[in-house]
Design a protein around this ligand. Structure first.
Ligand code: 13P
Ligand code: SF4
Length: 347
């Protein structure tokens, strides 16, 4: 039963003590997040893994790319585990390294040496390594503006992987007009742009988050009609049109801060993953909070980490010292770390 599993996890945590560290992303289920030693957005979790150099076993409650990042940032004596190997990220899977190499070659033929690659941390270690090798950096939703500004101090143009929406929303916020943004379609192996190529400042990889694309202009219009006093806050993985119509947009941490500090009695529609929205509803009973899309939007891969998988992972670690270990090959890790360090030094 759930109760027995909970007791087992608690007991194992107690037994392993300081040797065990469980980071949990804000999108994790309550049944899992209750056991997290630290909660955070992608940026915070990356920083915590870097700081926590003592934990021998890191059981990552999040998705695959986050566990890879933890492995890259920790030392060789530390092992990182993902309770369910099927916990991937559909957005990260939209940029594969072969496609990225083809894109880079074709874009370099067009734009010579004027492009700097940036990748959202929601990408594979191979992509981070590619970006690190080409003097670029990673970004998170919490520091994207700072990182894009930095990139334009290095080069005339940027290639932003793999989320076109975070890339477009960030560049737009920094004052870059939409008609200076092109899209790279990895399937067509083609740049999509209407106008003279020298105008291109930002090249957006054609990837997206299948969870955040579920928040639509129609959802916004519906809220404006039904609840004229309600404020709308969304994650910048949402489409440009949705972010434009919302009252505010920001990382999961930003959303949590805004809602937590909002006035009693205020009303909010939130455009982000279901588990976080549900938690905010529960923790802010004196505010009126709903999901921007009435069909709550879960991240199915985040949800693969559940209490049974966490318990199973801990049980195996106790018995054998390992379970679903995530190991990034050394050469890849070296360059990926360069991309991550460029970000972590700046923020
Ligand atoms: P942040 O945690 O950076 O806000 O990103 C949200 C997300 O989609 C994580 O996969
Ligand atoms: Fe990936 Fe979107 Fe899920 Fe985040 S919410 S892990 S970006 S699919």
């Amino acid at each position: 039963s759930n109760h027995e599993l909970e007791q087992f996890v608690q007991h194992t945590k107690y037994k392993l003590g300081e040797k065990l560290f469980i980071p949990g992303h804000h999108y994790q289920k309550d049944e899992v997040i209750q056991f997290a030693d630290a909660r955070g957005d992608s940026l915070r979790l990356a920083q915590l893994c870097e700081e926590n150099q003592n934990a021998e076993y890191i059981v990552f409650c999040g998705v695959h790319f986050m566990a890879e990042t933890a492995d890259i940032l920790t030392n060789d004596a530390q092992k990182v585990f993902l309770p369910d190997m099927r916990a991937g990220c559909s957005m990260a899977d939209m940029a594969d390294i072969g496609q990225t190499e083809i894109a880079w070659k074709k874009l370099s033929d067009i734009f010579d040496d004027t492009i700097l690659p940036l990748t959202y941390v929601n990408s594979t270690a191979a992509i981070k390594s590619f970006v690190g090798q080409h003097n670029g950096a990673t970004v998170t939703s919490g520091n994207a503006e700072k990182m894009v500004t930095w990139a334009f101090e290095q080069k005339e143009r940027i290639l932003f992987l793999p989320d076109q929406h975070l890339g477009r929303n960030t560049a737009y916020k920094l004052g870059i007009p939409l008609d200076q943004m092109a899209v790279w379609d990895p399937n067509l192996e083609q740049l999509i742009f209407n106008g003279p190529l020298e105008k291109v400042k930002v090249i957006l990889w054609k990837g997206h988050c299948s969870v955040h694309e579920n928040f639509t202009v129609q959802n916004v219009e519906q809220i404006r009609k039904q609840h004229p006093d309600m404020k709308i806050i969304v994650h910048p993985e949402c489409r440009r049109e949705v972010v434009a119509l919302a009252d505010d947009a920001g990382s999961t941490k930003h959303i949590i801060d805004v809602i937590t500090n909002a006035e009693k009695g205020s009303a909010w529609a939130i455009g982000t993953e279901m588990n976080l929205v549900k938690r905010l509803i529960k923790e802010n009973t004196e505010k009126h909070i709903i999901s921007l899309n009435p069909n709550m939007c879960p991240c199915l891969t985040m949800n693969r980490i559940d209490l049974p998988h966490l318990a199973w992972c801990l049980e195996s670690i106790m018995e054998t010292g390992t379970h679903n270990q995530i190991t990034v090959p050394d050469t890849e890790a070296t360059y990926a770390k360069k991309a991550l360090d460029r970000m972590l030094e700046l923020v």
